[in-house]
Design a protein around this ligand. Structure first.
Ligand code: SF4
Length: 231
């Protein structure tokens, strides 16, 4: 991707692209062209995809917590099951519950733009949630729901074996890292989950409401890129 297109993507995110080099040492627009490609090649012909399909069917039939009573459908996750990048959000919302995909609607579009700014598309990452079913009225997940669904996320991580995880939003970050530290103190650091680096980023729905935080969001993505390059 040439620099002009990359800057257009950043502009689409509403981010001021004319910012000097940050303390993370990655300049805006200075994004490697190979951060997503190696893991995508031939991934769809992996023999283990039969297992992946069975896994999806198991999730779709799950009744391990009460959320199965109110869901339209489970939201397993989408993308490349052998991607180097795994994005983990909180839970499906209204649109996701209807469409059966994570991060759709305006927040999903912004997430897509954030990925494009990193020279990634949705086929080069896998996007999942802590919960596979929508909590009614988009309330926060209950501990017993997170506990009931935890095994599915663990299996996804074990199957995908991502090089890096992006924890998208406060609740995902706190659940993954098992902490109640505010997101503002979790970002700008490299955490680890079973030796996999975890970068905390703001939820795109929050960014849509908090335009001033978009600059920080880009800083977080830069940290993710920089970390990925070191792997
Ligand atoms: S949220 Fe997870 S554990 Fe609960 S019913 Fe849905 S798939 Fe099963």
């Amino acid at each position: 991707m040439d620099n002009t297109r990359r800057l257009l993507y950043l502009d689409a995110m509403g981010i001021d692209v004319w910012v000097s080099r940050t303390d993370h040492g990655v300049e805006k627009g200075d994004v490697s062209t190979d951060i997503g490609q190696p893991e995508t090649v031939a991934s769809t012909i992996d023999n283990n995809l039969d297992e992946w399909q069975i896994f999806q069917e198991q999730v779709a039939a799950c009744q391990a917590c009460s959320l199965h009573e109110t869901r339209t459908q489970t939201v397993f996750g989408t993308g490349n099951p052998k991607a180097g990048w795994l994005l983990i959000g909180e839970a499906p919302g209204h649109n996701e519950d209807i469409q059966g995909e994570p991060f759709v609607g305006k927040a999903g579009q912004l997430l897509t733009e954030m990925l494009r700014a990193m020279e990634l598309n949705r086929d080069q990452v896998f996007i999942a949630n802590i919960l596979k079913c929508r909590p009614p009225n988009n309330r926060d997940p209950k501990p017993e729901e997170v506990s009931a669904c935890h095994g599915f996320l663990q299996r996804q991580i074990q199957f995908i074996q991502p090089k890096i995880i992006l924890a998208v939003g406060r609740i995902a970050a706190q659940q993954l890292l098992k902490t109640d530290v505010p997101i503002g103190k979790l970002r700008e650091k490299v955490h680890y989950l079973d030796k996999i680096p975890v970068i905390v980023i703001y939820h795109p729905a929050y960014l849509l409401r908090s335009l001033l935080e978009k600059r920080k969001a880009w800083q977080d993505l830069q940290l993710a890129i920089k970390t990925f390059r070191t792997l």
